[in-house]
Design a protein around this ligand. Structure first.
Ligand code: C2E
Ligand code: MG
Ligand code: MG
Length: 690
């Protein structure tokens, strides 16, 4: 019953009960105290006063009698007069005490005694007066006789009665004192009992209240702690109707809303809203959670030419396309495998471990599924994808390095149009030192640590320097001179090459213009990477620079590798045509190391072909290299291309190249790459000695 009351009502009730108990204790104590005080008053006012009056009447009556006896024994009248005065005073005091005794008698038992004393007092007063009158009228002898017969007897009776009254009163007082003592003791006991009862009731009430509040509050605390720990399933007790019940109901509401909000936040944090697939963060978490010691396969899948599709058909179609791709990828996976969308058109697949043929078959299966035409917004779309594949722990154990490697493999697959590529076939990851170089490149450029060196190209027919290749160097403040092979590949991977190429182009064009203006026209070559060739800004940049430095365009040559043409051949070719249209020269670098055939090169607007060092080394003695170089030179002549032999280190190699009609030679035999400050002087020296 108590539990159904509100805490407020419970507290009010309990404190009211305690207050009533305290009031009762105080009232009973007061009442008992008042009764004791009244009794003491009666004792003092009535009993003691009456004893005192009776004794006073007794003493004064005796004193008056003694005075009368003295009067009776005094024959001279004059001597009796003062004694009369003394006797009258005692008589008056005795009569006054007797009169006072008769007033306000409360106890009936005493009333009789008092009435008797009053009567005896009167009798004594009358016979006393008779004796006094006889003394004066009849003489002392007659008065003595009268005193003995009557007055003495009356006095004795009066004295006896007053003594009796005193004794009676003393006995009564004693019994009343006894009664008073008993009353005091019982009053003390009653007050103690009442106080104890109040204390006990208070304690019981306090315990009940504390229990009825503390237990449910503890329940509420438990619920709150469970919610705080992230467990939203615990049942909240709902039966109570008091304030704690209200608190528990609020906690239940709070738990539900926190739960649903947390679910929404988790969804936003871990799910890609477009496709409903796990996002990158979720993938990383899943990898960490289940793949610490385990093995598996990671695919990074990118959609080929997604950007142009998005651009041409609009983002709404692009979004639908991504959703359809997500559905197809999900459909291809088993229960324990995961597909996530990383960003844009990139997806990651976390797969169970398998051998290489199985992985290849699965990659093919995914590609076939994606190549199946898609119908989006009533339009038929054909898409293709490229997949980078890594296996863990073989290719790495951290998800970041695995993803980087798989990403590189995917880019390689895109370049090669091979559908998929394995990360293990890419070569080694950048070493720690190289990673730190990657981080430093931007500042190095800003601090002017890069320098352009030049390697001369010798025209074999004219025996003069007709060209030079600009080769970048990094003058590192601590590590010394760093060759391009140690940072250019990473600049290409990270896209930083977009900053380097404009810089070296500006250097080379400026230097070439200076040489030309000083009467030393040198065709200066600059190396381009894939990024540069696909950049829409490149043609405009080159055009601006040659105009700015007033360099005749035919004195600038741009070197392109075969692989740079493979990523997006159409776009690369378009840019090549635009560059050729500017009037500058184009050269195929490292020819022979890639897949390109001369038949393909023929279709490009290029002017020069640089045979890679691998074929030039030992060309005078290695008949196979000699055959390749000789036939290439012959074919190039047919096609109108000039040929540069790279990496000739010996006089024999140079002589051999001259003998077969090679146009230009670039190699250590002629000169190593040198700083720009040395170049002009070196060329003059060479021409003079030639
Ligand atoms: P590359 O364009 O094929 O340049 C020729 C490389 O062969 C240069 O190496 C040059 O020093 C080296 N070489 C020339 N003759 C000989 C020889 O007789 N014997 C030997 N052993 N080597 C010879 P370097 O300067 O280390 O450059 C390496 C590569 O780095 C270049 O190959 C080029 O692909 C790239 N590179 C250099 N500078 C740049 C640049 O400014 N931009 C871009 N994108 N790539 C650059
Ligand atoms: Mg080159
Ligand atoms: Mg080369």
């Amino acid at each position: 019953m108590f539990g159904s009351l509100s805490i407020r009502a419970r507290l009010i009730l309990s404190f009211s009960v305690l207050l009533c108990l305290l009031l009762a204790v105080a009232a009973v104590s007061l009442q008992r105290f008042q009764a004791l005080t009244d009794k003491t008053d009666i004792l003092i006012n009535d009993e003691v006063r009456r004893v005192f009056l009776a004794q006073s009447a007794n003493q004064h009556a005796q004193a008056a009698a003694i005075c009368l006896l003295k009067i009776l024994q005094t024959p001279e009248r004059e001597k009796r007069v003062p004694l009369y005065a003394e006797m009258d005073a005692d008589n008056a005091a005795a009569q006054l005490a007797i009169t006072e005794l008769g007033r306000n008698v409360a106890v009936p038992a005493v009333q009789t005694e008092v009435d008797r004393i009053l009567a005896l007092g009167k009798t004594y007063a009358d016979v006393f007066q008779e004796t006094v009158e006889l003394v004066e009228l009849s003489g002392p002898q007659t008065a003595i006789m009268h005193f003995q017969d009557k007055t003495g007897v009356a006095l004795a009776s009066l004295l006896n009665a007053t003594r009796n009254l005193v004794t009676k009163h003393q006995m009564m007082t004693q019994s009343e004192v006894e009664q008073l003592r008993r009353d005091t003791a019982s009053a003390r006991l009653l007050v103690i009992l009442l106080a104890a009862a109040a204390f006990l009731t208070g304690s019981v009430l306090a315990w009940i209240i504390a229990r009825s509040i503390v237990v449910p509050v503890q329940e509420a605390v438990d619920v709150a702690e469970t919610i705080a720990s992230g467990d939203y399933r615990k049942e909240v007790p709902m039966g109570r109707r008091d304030e704690i019940g209200a608190l528990l109901r609020s906690l239940a509401i709070m738990r539900d809303s926190i739960g649903s909000r947390e679910e929404r936040i988790l969804r936003l944090a871990y799910v890609d809203t477009l496709t409903g697939l796990p996002n990158r963060t979720r993938l990383l978490e899943l990898f960490e959670a289940r793949c610490v010691d385990c093995a598996g396969v990671l695919f990074i899948l990118g959609i080929d030419r997604f950007a142009p599709i998005n651009k041409a058909l609009g983002h709404a179609v692009g979004d639908q396309l991504l959703r359809e791709i997500a559905v197809r990828l999900k459909g291809a996976l088993g229960d324990s495998e995961v597909v996530a969308r990383l960003w844009g058109d990139e997806f990651a697949l976390l797969l169970n471990p398998a051998d290489k043929p199985t992985i290849e078959a699965f990659a093919q299966k995914i590609l076939v599924a994606l190549r199946e035409p898609m119908s989006v917004d009533g339009q038929r779309l054909d898409i293709d994808a490229s997949i980078g594949i890594v296996s863990f722990p073989r290719d790495g154990t951290s998800i970041t390095s695995l993803m980087r490697r798989a990403d590189l493999a995917m880019n390689a697959a895109k370049r090669r149009h091979s559908g998929f590529a394995f990360g293990s076939e890419l070569g080694d990851e950048p070493a720690h030192e190289e990673l730190s170089l990657i981080g430093e490149m931007r500042e190095a450029l800003a601090r002017g640590e890069f320098v352009a060196w030049y390697q001369p190209k010798l025209n074999l027919a004219q025996n003069r320097i007709s060209g030079a290749e600009a080769l970048i160097r990094w003058r590192h403040p601590e590590k010394g001179m760093i060759p391009p092979g140690r940072f250019i590949p990473f600049a290409e991977q990270t896209g930083f090459i977009r900053e380097i190429t404009p810089w070296i182009l500006k250097q080379a064009i400026e230097h070439a213009a200076q040489w030309q203006q000083s009467g030393m026209p040198v065709v200066t070559s600059v190396n381009l990477s894939t990024h540069d060739l696909l950049s829409h800004a490149l043609v405009e940049q080159v055009k601006c620079l040659i105009e700015q430095y007033a360099l005749p365009p035919e004195l600038l040559c741009l070197e392109i590798t075969e692989s740079a043409l493979m990523d997006e051949p159409e776009l690369a070719l378009k840019h090549l045509h635009e560059l050729a249209a500017l009037g500058l020269k184009l050269s195929i670098d490292d020819y022979g190391t890639g897949q390109a055939s001369l038949a393909y090169v023929k279709t490009l607007p290029v002017h020069e072909l640089k045979i890679d060092r691998a074929f030039v080394t030992g060309v005078d003695s290695d008949h196979r290299n000699a055959a390749i170089v000789r036939s290439t030179i012959l074919l190039c002549r047919e096609l109108g291309l000039s040929v540069v032999a790279e990496g000739a280190e010996t006089a024999e190699e140079v002589d051999w190249l001259r003998s077969v009609g090679c146009d230009l030679v670039q190699g250590y035999r002629v000169a190593k790459p040198m700083p720009v400050t040395d170049f002009a002087a070196w060329v003059s020296d060479f021409d003079r000695s030639a």
